[in-house]
Design a protein around this ligand. Structure first.
Ligand code: SF4
Length: 195
């Protein structure tokens, strides 16, 4: 005879724990309404729903796996949806040693991402080539793509990676909707040969 399947044999009481809520942006509140500006709402939504694309080539990628695990749990910041298609992701996380041969691949992935997109260099290798000051290793991914946040360490601990994500969230939250159309941004991309 089959054993009956029982779920939630010992249900936990979460009522006293409280639920984290995002902070309200600046605005005007009254009975039954709240008014704020459009870019603040968009920034709030974007910063709490970042879809990372992990480009992991070596040891720093292992730290990212720990960051996604239950103990550190990047899902707490709305970033649990890791994607491997550049077209749906908005945060390129480059983790590991990038050989010069791999540089064009990083750039290709970046180009396939839709705007707005952000880039995080995780660890010494992605940021500066790290200990590999050799003919074959790219001395920082900012030689091929613009980088928004650098996370130091060899490897950085998951806390440092989370700190980098929080910095990216700050950037996203405070970014003007017009920035991607500004001459300053276009000039930045032009220095990388990107139209
Ligand atoms: S920074 Fe250190 S841990 Fe990270 S990929 Fe380079 S050598 Fe490995």
């Amino acid at each position: 005879m089959a054993r009956p399947v029982r779920f939630n044999v010992n249900p936990k009481d979460f009522t006293d724990r409280g639920i984290n809520q995002v902070e309200l942006p600046d605005g005007h509140m009254g009975e039954g309404f709240f008014a704020t500006s459009f870019d603040k709402v968009v920034g709030l939504a974007r910063k709490n729903s970042i879809w990372p694309l992990p480009f992991a080539t070596s040891c720093c990628g292992i730290e990212f796996m720990a960051t996604m695990g239950s103990h550190y749990d990047l899902a707490r910041f709305g970033s649990e949806r890791v994607g491997f298609s550049p077209r749906q992701c908005d945060l390129l996380m480059v983790m590991g040693t990038i050989a010069k041969k791999m540089g064009p691949v990083v750039r290709q992935v970046y180009l396939q991402m839709a705007e707005p997109r952000w880039v995080m260099a995780v660890g010494a290798c992605a940021s500066s080539g790290g200990i590999f000051d050799t003919y074959s290793v790219l001395q920082g991914i900012d030689q091929v793509v613009p980088v928004d946040v650098y996370v130091p360490g060899c490897p950085p601990r998951p806390e440092a990676i989370i700190d980098g994500v929080l910095k990216i969230q700050d950037l996203i939250h405070n970014e003007s909707l017009r920035r991607r159309h500004s001459n300053q941004y276009k000039n930045l991309l032009e220095t990388y040969g990107i139209q």
